[in-house]
Design a binder for this molecule. Structure first.
Ligand code: G3P
Length: 220
């Protein structure tokens, strides 16, 4: 199970990369719009920071021909870039062509089992079901992750990994782990929260308080 950071914020990426727990980063136009500066420079810096992991960068064009050309350009930013393309029929032949050309793709905005299966058939590297956005409309985002896992295992689509995306809370992350998502892409604040537990804090305090009772200034 891999953790990706779902952000374009350099500060957050730097501090998590230092922990050794981050296997990649996912960005999208919304996340990039929250950061200052030239997006290309930002992406380059992220790719350098996460040198052993994949960095997803989304296309911003609409016309399929332009999406194809832009995808090719995005791949040139760095070796560890993965191109993100929305799961829409307008782009299916572009996706097929790019996969044939060896371009690594993360298909984003996946909201159904049929969409996921179609993308596996095209041989993409990653599919990103958006859990939170399904929950937003009263649907069950976690169920889609479970269904995609079952479909990939049953039909043997070994090339495609599931990125649990649009994670809105610790519960989404925990369930993604249990349901067998290959990757969870998580906002930095949620990942931080997931690593905290009040009993860890209480236990640390008690150990330190008890240690004071030993009365040693130096140890060992
Ligand atoms: O990974 C996709 C994510 O950035 C979208 O999250 O919260 O905007 O649905 P959200």
């Amino acid at each position: 199970m891999k953790f990706f950071l779902d952000t374009a914020n350099i500060k957050d990426i730097k501090s998590w990369v230092d922990t050794g727990l981050i296997d990649g980063v996912t960005t999208n136009p919304t996340l990039i719009s929250k950061e200052k500066g030239d997006p290309k420079k930002t992406i380059k810096e992220i790719c350098k920071l996460v040198k052993n992991g994949d960095v997803s960068v989304e296309v911003t064009e609409k016309d399929p021909k332009k999406v194809y050309a832009q995808a090719k350009k995005i791949t040139k930013i760095a070796k560890n870039v993965v191109v993100k393309i929305p799961c829409h029929p307008d782009y299916f032949s572009v996706i097929k062509k790019l996969v044939k050309e060896g371009v690594r793709l993360n298909i984003t905005l996946v909201f159904s089992l049929a969409q996921g299966l179609a993308m596996c058939k095209l041989g993409v590297e990653y599919i990103s079901p958006f859990i939170g956005r399904l929950d937003d409309i009263g649907s069950d985002g976690m169920q889609l992750v479970a269904d995609l896992r079952q479909m990939i295992d049953e039909y043997g689509f070994v090339k495609t990994e599931i990125i649990a995306a649009s994670i809105r809370g610790v519960q989404h992350l925990q369930e993604s782990i249990l349901l067998g998502a290959d990757i969870a892409t998580v906002p930095a604040a949620i990942l931080h929260k997931a690593m905290l537990h009040p009993l860890t804090d209480n236990g640390m305090k008690k150990f330190l308080d008890d240690w004071k009772k030993v009365g040693r200034k130096t140890f060992p």
